[in-house]
Design a protein. Sequence first.
Length: 277
Amino acid sequence: MSTNKKNMKIVDDATKIPDIQGLADTRNLPINKVGIKDILHPIIIKQRSGNEQSTIAKFNMYVNLPHDFKGTHMSRFVQILNQHEEQITVDSFKKMMEEMCQLLEAESGHIEMSFPYFINKAAPVTKVKSLLDYNVTFIGEIKKNQPNLKVKVLIPVTSLCPCSKKISAYGAHNQRSHVTVTVLINDFIWIEELIDVVEKEASSELYGLLKRPDEKYVTELAYDNPKFVEDMVRDIAVHFDKDKRVLEYTVESENFESIHNHSAYAQIHNIKKDELS
């Protein structure tokens, strides 16, 4: 049998395979989200410096399913993902959501893309450089052809307790803290911008590599700049209140207390009505 005839037979056979997902469902129950979770895919992210960073992202991709549809076509999610191997930007991320809804004939869609993002940081005194990683997530939703995008970044920092400093004859307890910011944006914003806002409001920022002069500097800086979790979230929220690109934000701070068996936690969530109107 020739190659052409073999290919024609494969196509004919494929058309005879029943499409179970396309059958009608009689339970009258729509599904809010159906799709795939935790699929890894290489991506390229543009950096503020003008360079590009290759990394690996974990994707969650969902659409809604009407009450009369038995199932969705899972393979189509992977198909869409493999069409976007190029640089991922805010615009291309939104385009991916639109394509997903069109291909799956859905009214709403949701994509989460989580990845490690690295910044080459210079130590404060010796200027020796080292990489520090940040956890970043793009969260996209589309409803009635209206896409929106949230950017979520977890930034590790140092916090020093103001109370401990005040009551102690010398020293004060300090610890690593995780500050997580999630912003709904209406215009482009760099990942580095969000990181800068948080690190400037911490007792001290973190570095991958510090020499002795650097260690002395960050220790004394943290001592001179004590912050409660309450201080941290409020000081960061002030920045986002002033940024017109941010329509809505959540700021969370968790201190992994060095002298307790619990963490300290604070959160501020604000929907900026002026920007939404």
